[in-house]
Write a protein that binds this ligand. Structure first.
Ligand code: ADP
Ligand code: MG
Length: 330
């Protein structure tokens, strides 16, 4: 392959990707066929993969820096949900043939910013030119103390249900980017677009949840659907207090415009916050961890016996919610 003004894939790898492997000696400077991964003694290896495609998960004309950060962050968010510490990232790129040097350097700058911020070096990947839309696929490797990994399956009746951050910003940001949501305060619109384009993986917080949470998931499909995944995997039900779902100022403005939007906020995807359950007696410890890390957490309900999801509607909230297999609404 040859990319405008850059050369072939070997030039691309050595110029843009190899510098991002500097933190991982086992990556061999991305000059060999594969890299060597060292899993710390007493730890389990955790692996996850996520792909994003222009026109589906992001817009082709989004800033290259943000696209780079999104592919890293959606993957790190999965590690966060398992309580894992990142070891390294593998990135496969299928680049349109008209990709240029300027785009590539912005893209590499975005990768570097997050690789540095999250201490997750690039340790491999693949680089090809394609006829289709820009397609990025990443595999993230992480480590977690042996047998302590957090899964979706450990929720117990009586657990409190918590979320980090605020819910619904990702889907509202997508609405603004698509032009279907209009008329919000400009600073709110910018905030929401940023939340959609550059999610915040709750890595530190996820690691600190080990030993405190019984189950966790990152919210990528939407709060309701992802709570449903925890219920299915754990064989439990849940009670959700709609009024307590934490909303950003921007989401509150969107809701004030139209109460019917509440259902979108809890059913829309792309939040990349953590949803987790923990025994109620651990609430104080959780609050300490959250305060320590400067992360807001909110208790939004409780795990129940059985297998239904009961949503307690708040005053004035429109709750036309559909939740697949879970639907006992009051
Ligand atoms: P092969 O043809 O044997 O698969 P490549 O020439 O594709 O090898 O890749 C050479 C090295 O560069 C490998 O270590 C590979 O993991 C790495 N690499 C290729 N593309 C990327 C990329 N986009 N990001 C990170 N590493 C990459
Ligand atoms: Mg290859």
């Amino acid at each position: 392959m040859a990319i405008n003004g850059i050369g072939d894939e070997f030039d691309l790898i050595s110029r843009y990707f190899a510098p991002l492997a500097a933190g991982a000696p086992g990556a061999l400077g991305l000059t060999d066929d594969a890299s060597i991964v060292d899993v710390p003694e007493g730890q389990d290896l955790v692996a996850t993969s996520d792909s994003i495609v222009a026109g589906i998960h992001f817009f082709a004309d989004d800033p290259a820096i943000d696209i780079a950060r999104k592919i890293i962050r959606v993957n790190l968010s999965d590690l966060a949900a398992m309580g894992a510490c990142p070891i390294g990232l593998l990135l496969s790129v299928i680049l349109p043939r008209d990709t240029d040097e300027d785009w590539m350097s912005q893209f590499a700058a975005g990768l570097k910013a997050d690789i540095d911020e999250f201490h997750a070096p690039l340790i491999g990947g693949d680089t090809v030119a394609g006829e289709g839309p820009l397609t990025l696929s990443m595999t993230a490797l992480g480590a977690v103390p042996a047998s302590q990994v957090l899964t979706r399956a450990g929720a117990l009746s009586g657990d409190s249900i918590y979320v980090t951050g605020t819910i619904g910003d990702g889907t509202l940001g997508l609405g603004i980017a698509k032009g279907t949501l209009k008329g919000l305060d400009l600073s709110h619109e910018n905030y929401l677009i940023e939340r959609y384009r550059v999610p915040r993986p709750r890595l530190e917080f996820g690691m600190r949840l080990l030993g405190h949470a019984n189950a966790a998931i990152d919210i990528s499909d939407g709060l309701i659907a992802d709570l449903g995944h925890i219920c299915t995997c754990s064989g439990v039900g849940a009670y959700l207090d709609a009024e307590s779902v934490p909303l950003s100022g921007a989401a509150q403005e969107a809701l004030a415009q139209d109460k019917r939007r509440f259902a979108d906020l809890v059913m829309g995807g792309d939040d990349y916050e953590l949803l987790f359950t923990s025994p109620s007696e651990g609430d104080a410890a959780l609050c300490d961890i959250a305060a320590d890390l400067g992360v807001n957490i909110t208790r939004i309900g409780a795990i129940t016996e059985g297998n239904g999801l009961v949503v307690e509607p708040g005053k004035g909230l429109d709750l036309n919610i559909t939740v697949g297999g879970y639907r006992h609404f009051r």
